[in-house]
Design a protein around this ligand. Structure first.
Ligand SMILES: Nc1ncnc2c1ncn2[C@@H]1O[C@H](COP(=O)(O)OP(=O)(O)OP(=O)(O)O)[C@@H](O)[C@H]1O
Ligand SMILES: [Mg+2]
Length: 461
């Protein structure tokens, strides 16, 4: 505990208060006491105390009413009630009204410490969760989605617009394009930010468990259902449910999801009761759902319900202008984590990064930058610090791209010679055989056009 937690004691018994105060101060708390519950109301309902210990039976205002006020105005304050000897019903009532614990008179001080320390632990835990949530919020705020390409700028605008509404949204994009990042940005930039963001991967839940995972179940609904569960929809109450890989949702389940979206109600497995929900749905997919609809694998009516707004994230290779920004961003991020300075990226290295088609999109670029940072031992990231597959990547040559690149016959020949050499692992005789020219001609070409790239030891100057 860094700072002592603040505790309020409210009791109309002055002698009792004195004993408890003295004891709590001794075990490290900061304490304020109130004899009159009405006087305490303002102070304790405005969150300035971590723990409130209140007698239930007091003149003027009952501890239960005070408890309700605290619950409404200061949800993180942990409340402990003191109940009269043998009054089980008021203890039960207090717990129902949201007390964390109760202690019955008469009690001894070690019992009392135990209850207060437990409450303190819970309070601290809650605070930590809150802090973590704040950090997450920072992490996923819009500024952490990097991009200046027109496609990304449009996405930022859409995120802002969707965040302010409660419309369902569908995010489509290939693997690693940032679908989950966008979903979180929508949530954390909207007015539901303080409520939960729950992410589920529909492809990862076995088909027969999906209904109970999403909607919950009641005890005894099936073998193994030993307790009631709430399910992910209700876990996201007031917030956002992110259904990732929605295209993998089994067909029968799609009908049930549609019903939930239309009725704003879920029915836990095994229950006859429907429970109202207020949840914003964001779905993501890397499949073409319209094609899935044509094939009869995805319900058209469900598609219309989830794609009220569609955000389509372009592949990284289609927004090359974002690459230098992302490179800088990731180097920054990982250099900071590793506690080292940020290396420069010379032109040759950047050219390689710009040429590579990034099939794994931003995720792949992020991994490559992290790895290169580990590999590089000076102040710049040299081409040699990049993985071989990226350094040696050669775009497939079709006639159109040859023309686009304005390659001469000689360029083209050289590229082909380099390609064959790579395939033969630098075996010049075999290469000459494939190319239909003499070994000397191959060697001359290698020297002339510097085609070896370190592959053939004898060609080094
Ligand atoms: N525009 C971006 N700016 C910064 N980081 C990004 C961007 N896009 C993606 N990333 C990073 O790339 C990684 C992959 O992103 P994310 O998990 O959101 O992708 P995805 O589309 O959900 O992928 P998959 O389909 O494989 O689940 C994450 O570490 C994310 O932080
Ligand atoms: Mg994802």
């Amino acid at each position: 505990m860094n700072r002592p937690l603040r505790v309020a004691i409210i009791d109309d018994d002055a002698g009792m208060i004195q004993v408890l105060e003295k004891h709590l101060v001794k075990i490290g708390y900061e304490v304020e006491t109130f004899l009159d519950p009405l006087e305490a109301t303002d102070a304790v309902t405005h969150g300035s105390f971590s723990i409130v210990i209140t007698d239930i039976c007091m003149p003027g205002l009952s501890g239960l009413d005070l408890l309700k006020d605290i619950r409404e105005n200061s949800p993180y304050t942990t409340v402990i009630c003191i109940t009269a000897f043998g009054s089980v019903s008021s203890a039960v009532e207090a717990m129902h009204a949201g007390a964390y614990d109760y202690i019955s008179k008469p009690f001894n001080l070690s019992e009392f410490s135990l209850v207060v320390n437990k409450a303190a632990e819970r309070y601290t835990l809650h605070r930590e969760v809150e802090q973590l949530r704040d950090q997450l919020q920072q992490k996923y705020s819009m500024s952490n989605i990097i991009g200046k390409s027109p496609g990304m700028v449009r996405i930022f605008e859409t995120i802002n617009r969707v965040a302010r509404s409660r419309t369902n949204a569908l995010i489509v994009g290939r693997s690693g394009t940032g679908k989950e990042l966008v979903a979180r940005a929508i949530h954390f930039n909207g007015d539901r930010a303080a409520r939960p963001f729950v992410a589920v991967n529909c492809g990862a839940i076995p088909e027969d468990l999906m209904e109970s995972e999403l909607f919950g179940h009641v005890r005894g609904a099936f073998t193994g259902a030993v307790v009631d569960t709430t399910g992910l929809f209700r876990a996201a109450e007031g917030g956002t449910l992110f259904l990732d890989e929605i295209g993998d949702m089994p067909f029968p389940m799609q009908a049930k999801l549609l019903r939930v979206i239309e009725d704003h109600q879920v029915r836990p497995v095994g229950s006859t009761e429907r429970i109202g929900i207020d949840v914003r749905l964001i779905c993501a997919t890397n499949k073409k759902l319209d094609v899935a609809v044509e094939r009869g694998e995805f319900r058209e009516d469900l598609l219309y319900r989830i794609n009220v707004i569609t955000i389509s994230i372009p592949e990284l290779r289609e927004r090359q202008e974002d690459i230098p920004l992302l490179v800088e961003y990731f180097l920054h991020k990982y250099a900071e984590q590793m506690g080292r300075s940020i290396p420069a990226v010379p032109r040759e290295t950047m050219d390689i990064l710009l040429r590579y088609p990034w099939p794994g999109n931003v995720r792949e670029l992020e991994n490559v930058m992290e790895r290169s940072l580990l590999m590089c031992d000076n102040a710049t990231i040299e081409p040699g610090d990049l993985p071989l597959a990226i350094r040696h990547y050669e775009p497939a040559l079709d006639l159109q791209s040859i023309e686009n690149a304005r390659l001469s016959i000689l360029d083209l020949e050289n590229k082909y010679v380099a390609h064959v050499l790579k395939k033969t692992g630098g075996d010049v005789e075999e290469a000459a055989d494939i190319l239909g020219i003499s070994v000397d001609a191959v060697k001359a070409r290698i020297m002339e056009a510097q085609l070896d790239d370190g592959l053939i030891p004898w060609s080094k100057p």
